[in-house]
Design a protein. Sequence first.
Lengths: 934, 241
Amino acid sequence: MPDDETLTMVLDGRPVPARKGEKIIAAAERAGTYIPRFCYHPRMRPVGMCRMCLVEVKGPRGFSLQPACFMDAADGMEVVTTSDKVKKAQDGILEFLLVNHPLDCPVCDKGGECPLQDQTMTWGPGESRLVEEKVHFAKPIWISSLVALDRERCIQCDRCTRFATEVAGEALINFISRGDHLEVNTFPELPFDSYFSGNTVQICPVGALTATPYRFKARPWDLEQCESTCTSCAVGCRVAVQSSSDRVIRYLGVDSDPVNHGWLCDKGRFDFEANNSEDRVIHPLLRKDQELQEVTWSRALAAAAQGLRRALDRYGPSGVGVIGGARLTNEDAYAWAKLAKSVLRTDSVDAQLGDGLPAEVVLGLPRATIDQACSARALVLLAPDLHEELPILHLRLRQAVLDGGLPVVELAPAASGLSHLARVSLPYRPGEAADLVQQVLSPHRARSAGPSAPTDADAAARQARERARQLLGLDQGGRGEGVVVVLGRPSLAEPADSIAAAAAALAQALPEARFLPALRRANVHGALDMGLAPGLLPGRVTLEEGRDWFTRGWGTLPDSRGQETAGMLAAAAEGRMGALVLLGADPLADFPDRRLARRALDGVEFVVAVDAFLNGSSRRADVVLPAAMYAERPGTTTNLEGRITRLGQKVVAPGTCRPDWMIAAELAAALGADLGLESVEEIWDEIERLAPSHAGITRVLLASRSSRDGLLAPLPRVPVRIQPGVGRPGGGPAVHPGTTDTGVGATQGVPAPIDPMATPGIGSAERHGVPNVAGAPEDWSTEEEREAWEGPDREARAEEARRQEDVASRPSPLTYSGPTVAPDVPRVDGYGLRLVTGRVLYDQGTLVQACPSLAPLAPGPRLRVNRYDLDRLGRAPGDRVRVVTPGASLVLEAVVDPGIPRGSAALAFNLEGEGAADLIDATKPVTDVRLETI
Amino acid sequence: MTGPADTAGPEARPAGGLSPEALAQARELVALYPEPRSALVPLCHLVQAEHGWLTPQAMVEVADLIGVTPAEVLGTASFYDMLHTEPVGKYVIGVCTNIACLLNGGIELLEHAEERLGTRAGATTADNLFTLEEVECIALCDKAPCLTVNWRFFGPLTHDGFDALVEDLAAGRLEGEVPRHGILNRVRREGGLRVAREEVLAERAASDQALEQRKAAREAVEKREQAQQGQGGKQGGKGSA
Ligand code: SF4
Ligand code: SF4
Ligand code: FES
Ligand code: FES
């Protein structure tokens, strides 16, 4: 706010401040005057479509009615919102809006939380003068498999269509026809298949748009809600979790300025269906007579402890491995890290399944925020297709390119959802990312392109690299100031080392550049922070660096560095592993090399699965311990920026499911140890005390109103002082002094209250559960709720937080500087195509498949190749071909995709049947396939 | 010109896309604008010149040409009365019922047309020959009541005159004068004058000649009406081929 020019407008006779360019409606709202509206949405461009916001504005010819959502506030501008003329206008507009409205509120899902209903009651006429027949439409029509549209109820506010066009960039719905026959519709046979379609349902101010998972399931007055964070991917969008009769029933996006701007992707929005799935494991299972049978917790825990102990006895600590953990909360992950590293004393712990990046790379590079990425001087994209894997990050970056001119340099093995917006696209062949980065960074030292004479394509590629150099400021001697690299694994069929090398080279050449890791899984970043990775301990420290500190804190630690998932699976396959613990992990589906995963599960003696579902891998377990899911347990989660936010518990977990931390604690007890962790709060306190990167992030601070958007770890190295009144209703602008530093500034003061019209349904649901800012603009939670979260000894904790002087004795978080040159990969021969594989939003993953609405959306497997290659290999689009590698073969349909460079072939990961995981050989850096006729 | 002669009936080409010629012309049109999507409406007219209406296939192609979605093309096209998103007959007859025509019997002319063609305004005859529409002022108020056939003007028209016109059209006597799926001249012009000068001159001459003929026919009607002889001789605009 301070850098915006402020002006003063006169609102109903009193001076109110406004910012330059701010609309009257927004300035008035900040000043406490609510002007009714339908079409205006704070996150979209104004259109002045509905005229509900008419106010009187004084001009040279006196007062006239003007749309407040469309007109900028100006200095000295006189605005009247309460005159008879305004009232008459509002009354008239509502009468018009209702002219063709079917008035079927009793059978409408929106009834009870409907802005049209509410505003008609508040500002509208008592009755209509219309006696004519209304315009009728067939009701409803399905504009996609998730969204139904009742055109009779539509008031043509242009919110849904604007969202589709402006925000999602997928103008698949549009206004069709004109006048009173205006309707929202799709092009015939071209449904509204968008990953973001649920947002239109959320922002529709009437009941015209409804989504399958919520249609006719509940009434708004039966809903309870709590605020939480989506953990379906690592973006960490803010949500309101709504439930009815102790079942999660709907999510609404909550506007978090640094993260999701109120939007959610459809997977995040609808995958609560999995919570309510019949297929959940709700009681412990134990393998008896070759079959998994329900047993009590004590038997299951005893069996698990016995199996682990036997493995420890026979193979030593390195004979036990823990795979997974990205599904867990931070507290769960910490408890499991403590169990594994201090009780089992194994360091073979990995939250990633060989499909991410080395933990040191993720944790050791200077971290960027999403906002920093969006306002970067140049953004380097070396990541999987964000549209598929981190959808809302995709939306944010897309918007930054279109509205802010963000220059994007994309390095990718295949075109992504952002390619068409990239200033420079540098395609590379899987395995050669580091080479490409070297060519960009030091064009003169780069290896020669090959023996053949330079072609036009070579010249174009050289030009593109030069443009990239320019954008990165390399030629001007830049050190990467303002450069942000979005770093992930562009393809699972290339070595992570090569991406790590590319990142190291970028970090070396651009020391001021920041990195935004683009790992997909839920809380993978939190799990890595908590030490669920080999060689690491909680708080982003290495095993060696943190040995003294954690020996004091935990007692015992592993002797030496353990294995990553690939290493664990290889050891298991060779019979060197006594036991594997699968923490919500399904290596058979998610590890890039399925044959290895299969051999590993066959080779290992004992498997414990901690999961909410039985998946391909946990079906082979000896003991299955049922875990509580999202919305069933409180805690915190960490997104890809390192932003820690709180999760709300809204419902009770079914059966005897338990939170993962509790399972860890009980398993420790069954092993004869004591984790010393008895509640989520206690765990967080220990994390704050022991994990260096989390120092100062106390529960008090996390629960404070100013931290609603979460806190970025680590806090800047400013002595942490807790202001009295932080987190207290009426405690004044609560700005944590430690978070105002530029680098990781999480919050600027108290977030604005939620606009009930921006997200209809969020203001009307009853508040319940711990953190709740969404439903309560004034007072974010009741005193009891706050007490429950902060604990009774709040003052003592604040004292504790103040006592951060022993920072010096803490180990320091790691920094990454690995090799900048990747291992050589073989050249692809003229008959082969190099495989590119990445994930799609809807795949055969357990969670998606447990959601009736989402499961059918998973696409079928198709091999996508360039037309040139298809022609060259004598195949026609749609042909079924045999895709062959030295060790495997499968039959697929081949389709043409101009986004795949020549010489490569793309196949999405984890689709139905045999797929990419069957082709990949983990011992080879890259996968080359041949296509054969059947 | 008005696109390749299409001899099959409208129902025989349900999913027509752009012909190679039209595609070339479309590209020229797109190049005229700094923003490709600005070419949307002219392109719609171009499609209509080929097919008489905007076939779904053509809308998809237009969307590709200017980088928008087919839904956006449909959205725009469905806004305008002169763009048809449903199949039309060979001749689209638009009877004006705006003020000048209204005062001069436009409504009656429309009702007569409905009776004569056996179809309602907005619909197409069973033989796919005529689509009847009620339109707003077509800027021929001085000849009210008037109408357009494929964007070519006719007026003032008596009911008999209308019948005569319809018969001439049905018999193919006005082929030269009323182009198949008329196209707006401006669109064609802006699409680059790829028409040889001789052709333009020839077309202009044909149109002058048609005008002459129409004038003669009108005079004949007037003379006949003056004579107050109720003989129903059919003498509307005599067609030329
Ligand atoms: S469907 Fe809803 S959001 Fe879309 S225009 Fe109609 S009222 Fe607005
Ligand atoms: S982008 Fe990720 S965090 Fe956001 S709603 Fe989707 S799955 Fe959830
Ligand atoms: S016109 Fe202002 S809110 Fe719709
Ligand atoms: S009123 Fe009919 S042409 Fe003008």
